[in-house]
Design a protein around this ligand. Structure first.
Ligand code: GTP
Ligand code: MG
Length: 253
């Protein structure tokens, strides 16, 4: 997807109602600090639209990023954030569950797992839940830049084994630092979401208009035409002065 515009359209806290969006959504789930918000920034080509932090528990709301007015990338709060108070943790859990259960336009849930560590019990539960809900099980193994190339292959295998993944299920090593895996993730998203025909049509028209305007700009002369000496309009006063001078010269002659 070519990113033309992105916009944080809806922010849902524990007491908010989940928006009834008209466009498809893909969501990013995973443990706190695994890199969900960083991944969303990388996908949108933005440095810090989604707020990130080295401290776990940064994202505490469900954030809907509208991309090109065509679809939403949904940033979720992380699970397993040990420092949050038990009551709040339960409320976040309910909020995420409620969203994952009720959204009508959610087309895929990507589960993020830190490539360096074994998937936790919560990761395993989340992975199983995704399968039960009928979502394609897609794992993004984050922070791949922290490992050497050979280690990446071994760790992907370890994640596959712990989650008991089927051979055809996908694991994409990703790094928000090097952008490794970005294109592959977009290709998957593009294949999973459907952009309404009228929006595609609208975008095509806008693009054509822009190209036409650009072409007109390119055809236009670079500078304003300069007057030739003969064409230059001469003020009446100057004309009179010149005529008087001519007359005087004639007399002299
Ligand atoms: N080296 C490296 N660091 C990363 C990568 N992705 C994220 N980080 C770092 O990991 C920390 C957490 O990243 P976030 O994107 O805020 O993680 P999150 O999953 O959104 O966390 P919560 O909002 O707390 O659930 C930040 O310090 C990021 O800079 C990556 O690919 N490579
Ligand atoms: Mg976050």
């Amino acid at each position: 997807m070519v990113i033309k515009n992105v916009n944080l359209e809806t922010v849902c806290g524990i007491t908010s109602t989940i928006p009834d969006n008209m466009l498809d959504e893909v969501a990013f789930a995973g443990k706190s600090n695994v890199g969900k918000s960083s991944l969303i920034n990388a996908l949108m080509n933005r440095k810090a639209l989604a707020r990130t932090s080295s401290q776990p528990g940064k994202t505490q709301t469900i954030n809907f990023y509208n991309v090109n007015e065509s679809m939403y990338l949904v940033d979720l709060p992380g699970y397993g954030y040990a420092n949050a108070n038990v009551e709040i943790k339960a409320k976040w859990g309910q909020m995420i569950e409620n969203y994952l259960h009720t959204s009508k336009r959610l087309k895929a849930v990507f589960l993020l797992i830190d490539i360096r560590h074994e998937p936790s019990e919560n990761d395993q539960l989340m992975y199983e839940w995704m399968g039960h809900q009928g979502y394609a099980p897609i794992i993004i193994a984050t922070k791949a830049d922290k490992l050497k190339r050979g280690q990446v292959i071994r760790h992907v295998q370890m994640i596959r084994e712990v989650l008991q993944m089927e051979p055809e299920s996908i694991v994409i090593p990703f790094s928000a630092e090097t952008k490794q895996g970005r294109e592959e993730i977009w290709e998957l998203i593009d294949s999973l979401v459907e952009i309404p025909e009228e929006i595609l049509e609208e975008q095509k028209k806008k693009e054509q208009k822009k190209q036409k305007e650009q072409a007109q700009k390119n055809d236009a002369p670079a500078r304003k035409p300069r007057w030739k000496a003969t064409d230059r309009p001469v003020a009446k006063k100057t004309q009179k002065k010149a005529a008087a001078k001519k007359k005087a010269n004639k007399k002299k002659g």
